[in-house]
Ligand binder design. Structure first.
Ligand SMILES: NC(=O)c1ccc[n+]([C@@H]2O[C@H](COP(=O)([O-])OP(=O)(O)OC[C@H]3O[C@@H](n4cnc5c(N)ncnc54)[C@H](O)[C@@H]3O)[C@@H](O)[C@H]2O)c1
Length: 457
C-alpha cells in the first residue's frame, strides 16, 4: 500500500482480504438504497465519508453530516471496538456502537431494517485505501491530526479535521504543505466561524464600531477532570482496544484509563489542554474580529498553573497568557467560568461574546448596521454543510488549513510561554521564535517511529 508508512500489521493481503469481505456487504450496498432516500442526490453525486475516531465529539459531528442528503457515511474507524468511560462514565462509544448508530439512522431513513451500508475498521489506513471514500472526518486526539491529514491528502481524500490543527506548530505547517500539494479541501472543525452572531459581532469589530481597539480577552473553560496524581499505577489495556495504534506517533507509555478516552486532552503528549481545546475556538474568534492576517509578535505567561510533578495530567490547570499584536493591542487568554468567550474593548465601547451571548456597551453598537462599503466576512450558516459545499466547488470553505493552523499556532505559543514562564518574541512571517533556542525546540516534538511526516513508502 503506497501510503502505509509502516508496513506493520496491515499487509496488502490483509487489505485484500478485508476489502473482499467488506465489499459484498458494504461497498455494493449504496446501490441498494433507493435514490429517493437521498433526495435529488444520485449515489454517484454523493460525497462518501469515512469517519476516523468514534469518541465523544463523533456524537456531535456524525449527526450533523447525517442531516445532509448529498453525503453518505460508508465506514467508521476507531482503535477502540467499544467501551464506556469517555466524557462521562456511561458514554458507550467506539467503532461498533458508532457503526450501529449510523446503520440505524440509514435503516430508518431507507425503511430497510437490515441496512448495513456502513462498515467499520480499526486501522485508518483501510479507510484511506478505499476508492469509494471521497473524504474523511478526523475526530481523533490532536497528536494524530497531522499524520492522518497528510496521509489522507496523499490518498486523494478531502478532510474535515477537528481542531486544533495538530499538537505542534510543525504539525500545522506540514498539514498545509500536504493539503496544498495534493489540492485537497480541508475544513478545520471550529464551528464558531459558521455561527451567525459571532460573524456579525466580528464584522462590527472589523469595521471599527468599537473605535480603536485597546484590549481583548479570550476565555477557556476550567479542566473538567483531575489526574490520578503522582504515584499513579498503570491499568490493564481494555479488551478490543489497540493501544499501540492509539499512541501512534506519541511516546511509548504505560496504559492508564485517564490517558486515553476524552481525558487525553489533559496530557501534553497528545494535546495542549484547554489552551488549544477551548482556546482554538475563542482565539479563532479573536483573529476573525481583528483580521486573520494579524498575528501576535510577543507572548508571555500571566500566572498559569500546572499539575503536580509526577501526575499523569501535564497540561495547565489554569491558563493565563498574554499575546501582543504589532499595533500594541493586547490579548489576555485565561481560564474563566465563562467557558468559551471573547471580549473586545475599544475607545468607543466593548463587545462580549459567548456561545449564545452577544452584548455590547453601549447597546447601540449591536444594532449598528453594516453598510455597503463595510468589510463583510465569509457567510457560512453551518460548518459541516460549508465543508460539503467546498468539496463540491473545489474551493476553500470558511476555515481552511492555513486559518486553522494560525489559530492553533497562537494557542501553541501561549502554551510555550506559560510552560517556560518567560517572554517570547515571535516572527509571524517565518513562524519562528526569535533568540530562544529552548522555546524554539518546543515548536515540534519527535514522532515515534515508524510514523513520520514523510509517509510515502
Ligand atoms: N469542535 C468542537 O467543539 C470539539 C469538541 C470536542 C472535541 N473536539 C475535538 O475532537 C477531537 C476528539 O476529541 P473527543 O473528545 O472526541 O475525544 P475522545 O477520546 O472521546 O475520542 C477520540 C476517539 O479517537 C479514537 N482514536 C484514537 N487514535 C485513533 C486512531 N489511530 N485511529 C482511529 N481512532 C483513533 C479513540 O479511540 C477515541 O474513540 C479532539 O481533537 C478535540 O479537540 C472538538
Amino acid at each position: 500500500m503506497k501510503n502505509n508508512p509502516t508496513g506493520r500489521r496491515f499487509s496488502r493481503r490483509d487489505f485484500l482480504r478485508s476489502s473482499a469481505a467488506l465489499g459484498a456487504v458494504a461497498w455494493g450496498l449504496p446501490t441498494l438504497v433507493p435514490s429517493s432516500v437521498f433526495g435529488q442526490n444520485a449515489p454517484s453525486k454523493r460525497i462518501t465519508l469515512g469517519i476516523i475516531g468514534c469518541g465523544n465529539q463523533s456524537t456531535v459531528d456524525i449527526p450533523e453530516f447525517l442531516k445532509n442528503d448529498d453525503c453518505q457515511i460508508v465506514t467508521v474507524c476507531d482503535v477502540n471496538r467499544a467501551g464506556r468511560g469517555y466524557k462521562s462514565a456511561d458514554q458507550f462509544l467506539g467503532r461498533e456502537p458508532v457503526r450501529d448508530m449510523v446503520n440505524k439512522f440509514y435503516a430508518k431513513k431507507t425503511g430497510q431494517d437490515s441496512y448495513k451500508g456502513c462498515d467499520m475498521c480499526a486501522d485508518f489506513r483501510e479507510v484511506l485505501a478505499r476508492k469509494d471514500v471521497d473524504a474523511v472526518v478526523i475526530i481523533t486526539p490532536d497528536h494524530w491530526h497531522a499524520i492522518m491529514t497528510i496521509m489522507a491528502a496523499e490518498a486523494g481524500k478531502d478532510i474535515y479535521c477537528q481542531k486544533p490543527l495538530g499538537l505542534t506548530v510543525r504539525d500545522g505547517q506540514e498539514m498545509i504543505k500536504a493539503v496544498r500539494k495534493h489540492n485537497r479541501i480541508l475544513q478545520c472543525g471550529s464551528q464558531w466561524r459558521s455561527t451567525k452572531h459571532i460573524r456579525e459581532a466580528c464584522e462590527l469589530v472589523r469595521n471599527g464600531r468599537l473605535g480603536k481597539l485597546k484590549k481583548i480577552e479570550s476565555y477557556v473553560a476550567a479542566n473538567n477532570a483531575t489526574g490520578p496524581g503522582p504515584g499513579w499505577k498503570p491499568d490493564p489495556v481494555p479488551e478490543g482496544f489497540d493501544y499501540d495504534l492509539w499512541l501512534g506517533p506519541a511516546p511509548q507509555a504505560p496504559y492508564h484509563k485517564d490517558r486515553c478516552f476524552y481525558r487525553f486532552r489533559f496530557v501534553r503528549d497528545y494535546s495542549g489542554g484547554q489552551t488549544t481545546n477551548f482556546g482554538h475556538h475563542a482565539n479563532g474568534v479573536v483573529r476573525w474580529g481583528l483580521g486573520d492576517d494579524l498575528f501576535p509578535t510577543e507572548f508571555e505567561d500571566a500566572g498559569s498553573e500546572w499539575p503536580e510533578k509526577g501526575d499523569l495530567f501535564t497540561t495547565a490547570t489554569k491558563v493565563a497568557f498574554r499575546a501582543r499584536f504589532p499595533d500594541g493591542v493586547e490579548l489576555f487568554c485565561h481560564t474563566d467560568k465563562k467557558s468559551f468567550g471573547v471580549r473586545f474593548e475599544g475607545t468607543e465601547g466593548w463587545l462580549e461574546l459567548g456561545s449564545k451571548k452577544f452584548e455590547t456597551g453601549p447597546a447601540s453598537i449591536k444594532g449598528s448596521a453594516i453598510g455597503a462599503s463595510d468589510q463583510r466576512l465569509y457567510v457560512s450558516p453551518n460548518h459541516y454543510r460549508n465543508f460539503l459545499d467546498a468539496v463540491k466547488a473545489r474551493k476553500d470553505g470558511v476555515e481552511p488549513v492555513e486559518t486553522g493552523h494560525r489559530t492553533s499556532m497562537l494557542c501553541h505559543l501561549g502554551n510555550i510561554a506559560m510552560l517556560l514562564k518567560r517572554k517570547l518574541k515571535f516572527d509571524p512571517q517565518t513562524e519562528k521564535i526569535i533568540g530562544d533556542d529552548e522555546a524554539a525546540a518546543l515548536l515540534e516534538v519527535p514522532l515515534r517511529a515508524p510514523w513520520s511526516y514523510t509517509t510515502k513508502a
